[in-house]
Design a protein. Structure first.
Length: 449
């Protein structure tokens, strides 16, 4: 008797087991596209079993082999997909505080929107705040991707993947709780603003935000509209990534002016959010009076790093800056030559160790009062994001570095907490050499100066 024939003989028991397993999966794990091959397998088995039971078909030995082989193929396919696109968990924050979060949006009526055709449009921005929470009881955990499939499918489209392939990331919980009450503190919390890169989105640095909040900071991450993959506003309108905002480098004239405008827009977004935070600190029911807006820190990746430098050179409210492969080439050399009058820390990936951006970085650092550079070994430009949440294959295709795909994030988060503790809390004169402490713990964290 063939294996298929044995299964068909016990078809009621086998069918019941399959249905119960799928029901349990849907209840406890939630339905995900990675399980679709198993759903197909179950449906085909039920159809064949019913047809065989009613003597409509009776598969012979060759047909049984083909059918069984197809069932095995579906099972293997589902297993491989689950391994390639697992549902990951966001790293747990290491600080002592629980984390609350709230999402805001603003329209800056003093700024023109450069990336729409309607000249009457003003710049609209969405941003999210994470903060130390007094209690999370009774509050719902926030999803990592708050805009759900609107964002995940736009991201898949940008990377030329099947539209559904990242849908499961919309199901991932963060470690933060929506609208949880702010932990009372003896003073206001210092604020750190995070700025994503071109084609990023605000949640791509949730690990930084939650880590900082758990250590007693208020972290703010901005969606840079039209440079972000997708932004859904409260009125239901959506703003998707605008590829024309950064044309191909082959068209040097357009690329130069467009990249300068993009970096400037990112920087001005930080200024707009800072202005809005000042209003929130006066009137917001949750965060009013909780933010120390005289102690502002910035973290920016790539275009967000360039924008953070741009606004730091112009806005005296900013007291410390951390750049992650900060893209400075579009910033005017004359502006970079002014230098930063605040502490700054630049982390550079192995991928960006060589290239024209380093000329701009060198110009800035030479003219800045307290600027340090760290080389992150075995990393790519994308390692300064939460790319580790998507697939373990990223390092094998060269998308991320050869390091443990979560280790780079751990190092960066440790550096961010140490840097901002050093400059926004305790004061530089009161604490030791935090860079040396991190480099002794992590061999891939190599201070250059």
């Amino acid at each position: 008797m063939s294996i298929l024939a044995a299964l068909l003989e016990k078809w009621k028991i086998v069918s019941l087991i399959l249905i119960l397993l799928i029901a349990a999966q849907m209840i406890f794990i939630k339905s995900r596209w990675q399980f679709y091959p198993i759903y197909v397998l179950t449906a085909l088995f039920l159809i064949i079993a019913l047809l065989n039971h009613n003597s409509v078909i009776e598969p012979g030995r060759p047909a049984s082999r083909w059918i069984l082989g197809f069932f095995i193929l579906l099972l293997v396919l589902s297993t491989l997909i689950l391994l390639i696109f697992p549902k990951e968990k966001i790293p747990m924050p290491t600080g002592e505080y629980e984390v609350g979060t709230r999402i805001y949006e603003l329209e800056d009526t003093e700024r023109e929107e450069y990336y729409t055709e309607d000249q009457a449009d003003h710049r609209r921005i969405k941003y999210q705040i994470w903060y130390p929470a007094e209690s999370t009881e009774g509050h719902k955990k926030a999803k990592w991707i708050s805009d759900g499939k609107t964002l995940t499918r736009q991201l898949a489209k940008s990377f030329h993947l099947p539209y559904f392939v990242l849908d499961h990331t919309a199901l991932i919980d963060s470690n933060s709780y929506l609208d949880a009450p702010v932990l009372p503190y003896k003073a206001e919390y210092p604020v750190v603003i995070l700025s994503h890169g071109w084609q990023g989105f605000r949640e791509l640095h949730t690990d930084f935000a939650e880590e900082l909040a758990s250590h007693g900071f208020i972290a703010v991450s901005i969606d840079h509209t039209y440079g972000s993959q997708a932004v859904t506003f409260a009125d239901g309108s959506k703003a998707f990534l605008k590829p024309s905002a950064l044309p191909s480098q082959a068209d040097r004239a357009r690329f130069g002016s467009s990249s300068e405008l993009l970096v400037r827009t990112y920087g001005e977004d930080v200024g707009s959010v800072l202005n809005d935070l000042e209003r929130k600190n006066e009137e917001d029911s949750l965060l009013g009076g909780k933010m120390d807006l005289s102690d502002i820190g910035l973290i920016g990746h790539s275009t967000g790093g360039g924008g953070s430098v741009y606004i730091s050179l112009k806005d005296s409210r900013i007291k410390a800056l951390m750049g992650l492969d900060a893209w400075l080439a579009p910033v005017e050399n004359a502006l970079l030559s002014q230098g930063l009058d605040m502490p700054s820390l630049f982390l550079r990936s192995e991928q960006w160790k060589i290239g024209p951006n380093n000329y701009s970085l060198d110009t800035l650092m030479k003219n800045s009062m307290d600027s340090k550079l760290v080389q992150m070994r075995r990393t790519t430009h994308i390692d300064f994001t939460m790319a580790y949440m998507y697939s373990p294959l990223t390092k094998y295709i060269g998308f991320t570095g050869n390091d443990d795909r979560r280790m780079s994030s751990e190092i960066q988060r440790a550096a961010a907490v140490a840097f901002f503790d050093h400059h926004l809390k305790s004061g530089a004169e009161e604490s030791g050499d935090y860079l040396e402490e991190i480099s002794e713990k992590y061999e891939d964290f190599v201070p250059v100066n």
